[in-house]
Design a binder for this molecule. Sequence first.
Ligand code: DC
Length: 232
Amino acid sequence: MKKIVVAVDGFSSNGKSTMAKSLAKEIGYIYIDSGAMYRAVTLYCIQHNLFRGDELDENKLLSEIKNIEIKFRLNKDTNLPETYLNGENVEAEIRTMEVSSKVSIVSALPFVRQAMVASQQTMGKEKEIVMDGRDIGTVVFPDAELKIFVTAEPEIRAQRRFDELKAKGDNKTTYEEVLENLRMRDHLDQTREESPLKMADDAILLDNSYMTIDEQMQWLIDKFNQIINNQK
Ligand code: DC
C-alpha cells in the first residue's frame, strides 16, 4: 500500500491532536504532536530560568538549543506517545497553563522553528506519519499527500480545553482565562512573522464545532482512503 504523510494543522484546542492520534492508530502510522515540541522547549526555558516574567533571554536559548533533545516514546499501558525532554518524561508538565501562556514567545523564534522543523522532517522521512501542528502542511511537509486544516468556534474550543484542565485536577483556571489565552494564541499564531498559521492552498477544511468525535473520524478515514485508492 502507498505510504503517505498526513498533515493536520489548525487553531489550538480544536481537538486536532485527538483526531490525529486516533487516525494514526487506526491506519498504523506514527503520530507526532509538533506542538508538544514547542511546549517542551518552553518548559526547558522555564526550568532553566530563561524567563524574567514574559521576557525571554533569547541569546541564552540560542546558545543552549543544541543541548535540548526532544523525543517521543510510546507508553506501553496507554499505547500513546509521550514527550521526553533530555530523557525526562514531561508529558504532564508541558500541558500546564504556565507553559501555554509562554509557548507563543518561544515558538515565534526563527532559530527554534528551524531546529524543530529539521527534526520533524527527519521523523517524516519514511512517511507513514500523521503530524499535527500549525505549519505542517505549509512548511514542514509542503508535499504531504493529505492536508487537513481544522477549525472550530473559539467558545467551543475554550469549553473543551476548560473541561480537559478540570478533568486533570486544575480547579484554579477559569473558563474566561482559558478563552482569553486561546484568543491570544490564535492571534499570535496567525500574525507572527515566522511561519504564521495559515491554511495551505491544497488543504481540506474541517470545521468540527458541531461534529462528534466519531463523525470526525469517519470523515478523516474517508479522506485517507480516497488518497490511498487514487495513488496505488
Ligand atoms: O498545539 P499546541 O496548542 O499544543 O501548540 C502549542 C503552541 O506551539 C501553540 O501556541 C503554537 C505553537 N506551534 C507552532 O508554532 N507550530 C507548530 N507546528 C505546532 C505548535
